[in-house]
Design a protein around this ligand. Sequence first.
Ligand SMILES: [Zn+2]
Length: 221
Amino acid sequence: DVLTLAHELGHGLHAYLAREQGVFHQSTPLTLAETASVFGETVTFGRLLAETTDPNARLALLAESLEGQIATVFRQIAMNRFENAVHTHRREIGELSTEDFADAWEGTQRAMLGDAVEITPGYRSWWSYIPHFIGSPGYVYAYAYGQLLALAVYARYEVEGDAFVPAYLDLLRAGGSKSPEDLGRIVGVDLADPRFWDGGLAIIDTQLSAAEQAARDAGRL
Ligand SMILES: [Zn+2]
């Protein structure tokens, strides 16, 4: 659909603008690979939402976006906490039993899901279907990092408007030629500052409030 098109066009624009960087520096690490795509998607999402007045349609749009945010930000962080727990256990206590893995998985999933989802015993072994834990340990954080970074860059655009555009295009032109921290500096953001990341979370929080309002307007809450 149109959001997917906007997302992929963002990747296309990023790769096109960074073409001068050459083969080694054109593409970015995952932490910045989704910046342009999520930016384009968020601009388009805002336009779609602004043009949609029917509360049920607004709720559907917002719920789909929030489900994506949960999968990309919160779920990846919960999985990162699981990895941290099992690797720390291995270093400090020793080999883990199947039950130890299950306890770490259930505990970190419960921390994310709260009382919203009932966790059944069969779910305790579901850590084992995620290939990253074995093939690329320590990697899943990058999904959350990349998504929040992209949203936080978009939040800067919301504040600065058109004045933000030249620096944003310079960021895309830089491709993967610098570290994430240095790339962030091009658009005037400090990745070491927790408040920068709050800008990304604030966008998700705003979407949640809007979804609740749409649900009330539709008589579903
Ligand atoms: Zn993408």
